[in-house]
Design a protein around this ligand. Structure first.
Ligand SMILES: *Cc1c(COP(=O)(O)O)cnc(C)c1O
Length: 394
């Protein structure tokens, strides 16, 4: 059976009524026959039938043992960090999601958990930086926003040889392209706000564990800390997942065309897209995820925050907003938006240039998207000219 067919039918028909759409159990509690005697559900923080469907579907999609749904991607990441204790170290990809950096640095450091950042695109950097205290290796691949690719299989071997867990934030690739657990990861996290939800209409996070043992630890933390996903939002993610493979295939096709267009543009210095043959780890990307996904980033020749800001304010179809993975195309300027919580020096070190622009390529007709970028880039050229004139005047 094809992946798509399997996916669509992994979402069950309601056994009670035959409802083809998963019912939304909007309830806080469940009536018991006698104390402790119930139908598998007692209190909706611990378990909810709508959320349970989503948790089973994501576990299946990611080829894991157990899945868990949280109120946001960051709540999912937070649950994974709670597996650690004071004195433990995290070894993380340097080009990490800004919110994960903020959580690690400004929340967990004071509890005695330290984080070292390395360029994981070369697995030997992980070997060099891993220590006996490294309890968790943290990867994003592709990364946000410079689309760096790391070799999950190679890094899983290094982590396991050291007795460390490997967690992969699989938000950008989504399980439509990449299953990190098949490559050796112990845990996968998602911001389901992005491709899994797919319609820019909710905030949600997911954790999938490779084993039942890790699953029961996450289950305990999910119930103990309580950052669960609500039933209606669980239902929205389930509905998004129904079209995940179709959407991600089309996002990837559009994004590849946009990346090729930008590569040929005179105002563009560099394009980051794993689907381009010129990408640093294109071969690993092909092996690991097949298609390149829907996010493309690029740096302007005139590398100033001003020129990037002018550009992101000039697009019409690409709406200026944080987030990605929705039907409508989005544009953002990471240095002043998603990555503003990372100190400028650290940000630049990780390759997030001042003029870096990130596109979430949507499902519009790609010719219209390219025309939109063309008119915006032309305007940016004019801006560059006027800035130079000003410099001459003063
Ligand atoms: C958006 C995002 C997150 C955080 O998810 P929220 O749902 O916004 O909390 C984590 N990792 C990556 C890669 C993201 O893009």
């Amino acid at each position: 059976m094809s992946k798509t067919t399997q996916l669509i039918h992994s979402i069950p028909v309601d056994p009670l009524t035959g409802s083809i759409s998963v019912p939304i159990y909007q309830t806080s509690t469940f009536v018991q026959d006698a104390p402790g005697e119930h139908k598998g559900y007692d209190y909706a923080r611990s378990n909810n039938p709508t959320r349970a469907v989503l948790e089973n579907v994501i576990a299946e999609l990611e080829h894991g043992a157990a899945g868990f749904a949280f109120a946001s991607g960051l709540a999912a990441i937070d649950a994974v960090v709670k597996l650690l204790q004071s004195g433990d170290e995290i070894l993380a990809v340097d080009d990490i999601y800004g919110g994960a950096f903020r959580l690690f640095t400004h929340v967990y450091r004071k509890f005695g958990i330290t984080v070292n950042y390395v360029d994981t695109t070369d697995a030997s950097n992980v070997t060099a930086a891993i220590t006996p205290k490294t309890r968790l290796v943290w990867l994003e691949t592709p990364t946000n926003p410079t689309l760096k690719i790391s070799d999950i299989k190679a890094i899983a071997q290094i982590a396991h040889a050291n007795g460390s867990l490997l967690c992969v934030d699989n938000t950008f690739a989504s399980p439509a392209l990449q299953q990190p657990i098949d490559l050796g990861a112990d845990i996968v996290v998602h911001s389901a706000t992005k491709y899994l939800g797919g319609h820019s209409d909710l905030i949600a996070g997911l954790v999938v564990t490779a084993t039942d043992e890790l699953g029961s630890e996450i289950k305990f933390i999910q119930n103990a800390s309580g950052a669960i996903l609500a039933p209606h939002d669980s239902w929205l993610v389930i509905r998004g997942i129904e079209t995940l493979h179709l959407r991600v295939a089309e996002h990837s096709r559009n994004a590849l065309e946009v990346a090729r267009y930008l590569q040929g543009h005179e105002a563009v210095e560099q394009v980051y897209y794993p689907g381009l043959a010129e990408h640093h780890n294109h071969d690993v990307a092909l092996r690991q995820q097949g298609a390149g996904g829907g996010v493309v980033s690029f740096v302007l020749k005139s590398d100033t925050a001003e020129s990037a800001k002018q550009l992101v304010c000039s697009t019409q179809l690409f709406k200026l907003a944080e987030s990605l993975g929705g039907v409508k195309s989005l544009v953002c300027h990471p240095a002043t938006m998603t990555h503003k919580s990372i100190p400028a020096e650290k940000r630049r070190e990780a390759g997030v240039a001042d003029s870096l622009v990130r596109l979430s390529v949507g499902l519009e007709d790609v010719a219209d998207l390219i025309a939109d970028l063309e008119q915006a880039l032309r305007k940016t050229g004019q801006h560059k000219y006027s800035v130079q004139q000003e410099a001459i005047l003063y």
